[in-house]
Design a protein around this ligand. Structure first.
Ligand code: IMP
Ligand code: MG
Length: 214
C-alpha cells in the first residue's frame, strides 16, 4: 500500500508549483499516483447512503417552513459540486442552487488566513432559507468567511452542510449543521475533491498517500 511506504511517499514530494498549477496540466504527471492504488475511506455506496440520510433530515427539518420559496443551496466551487448535485436530489422539498468561488492564500499555512471571493451568488438570498454546501470543513477559514458574507444578505436562515469534517484541523470556531462524515487529519481526494485539480471524478473518497498539505 502506497500510503505506508515512506520511500514512495518521499518520492512523491511535489514542488509547490506543481501542487497548484495556474492552469490544468495537459498530461497527468507521473507523480500523481492512480486513485485505484489509494486506500478507500468511504465507498460510493457509503457516500450515497449518508447523503440520502442527510437529504431526509433536511427534508424533515425544512418541510414545515412556510416561506413558499425553494430553499437555496449555495455550493462552494469546485469541490462541493458533486456533493451538492447529490444532496439537492436527496432533498425532496423544493430547492434551487447557486455557487460561489473563493481563493485562499495558502489557507492554514498563512497566518492571515485571508480568503477572497472570486465568484459571488447570482441571485438575491434576502429572506430565503439558505444552506451553504462545502466539500470539507477543514481549518474553517473558508466557511467562516462565507458565512459572514452571506449573513450580510439577510437570509431568513443560514445553515452549513459539509460532506466531510476534519475537526482536528480547525483554526477558527465553526461547526456545520449537517456533516456527512467526520474524518481524521488525512488529505483526501475524490467525490469532487482534488489534489492539484486531479481526482475530482473519482467516485469514492480516498486517502492521498503523501498527505500533501497537512
Ligand atoms: P478551510 O476549511 O478554509 O481550511 O478550507 C477547506 C477547503 O480546503 C475545502 O473546501 C477544500 O477545497 C480544501 N481541502 C481541505 N482539506 C482537503 C483535503 O483533504 N482534500 C482536498 N481538499 C481539501
Ligand atoms: Mg473547497
Amino acid at each position: 500500500m502506497l500510503r505506508s511506504n515512506a520511500a514512495q511517499a518521499k518520492a512523491l514530494a511535489i514542488p509547490m508549483t506543481l501542487r497548484y498549477p495556474s492552469s490544468m496540466p495537459t498530461a497527468v504527471p507521473a507523480v500523481f499516483p492512480p486513485a485505484s492504488e489509494m486506500e478507500v475511506l468511504f465507498s460510493a455506496d457509503q457516500i450515497a447512503a449518508r447523503v440520502a440520510a442527510l437529504g431526509q433530515q433536511i427534508t424533515t427539518e425544512y418541510g414545515g417552513l412556510k416561506s413558499g420559496l425553494p430553499i437555496v443551496l449555495i455550493g462552494v466551487l469546485k469541490g462541493a459540486a458533486i456533493f451538492l448535485a447529490d444532496l439537492a436530489r436527496a432533498i425532496s422539498i423544493d430547492n434551487t442552487f447557486d455557487f460561489v468561488s473563493v481563493s485562499s492564500y495558502g489557507r492554514a499555512r498563512v497566518s492571515s488566513g485571508a480568503v477572497k471571493l472570486i465568484k459571488d451568488i447570482d441571485n438575491p438570498i434576502e429572506g430565503r432559507h439558505v444552506i451553504l454546501v462545502e466539500d470539507i470543513l477543514d481549518t474553517g477559514l473558508t466557511l467562516s468567511y462565507l458565512r459572514g458574507l452571506m449573513l450580510q444578505h439577510k437570509p431568513a436562515s443560514l445553515k452549513i452542510a459539509t460532506c466531510l469534517d476534519k475537526p482536528s484541523r480547525r483554526l477558527v470556531p465553526i461547526e456545520a449543521d449537517y456533516v456527512g462524515f467526520q474524518i481524521p487529519n488525512e488529505f483526501v481526494i475524490g467525490y469532487g475533491m482534488d489534489f492539484a485539480e486531479i481526482y475530482r471524478n473519482v467516485p469514492d473518497i480516498r486517502i492521498f498517500p503523501n498527505n500533501p498539505t497537512h
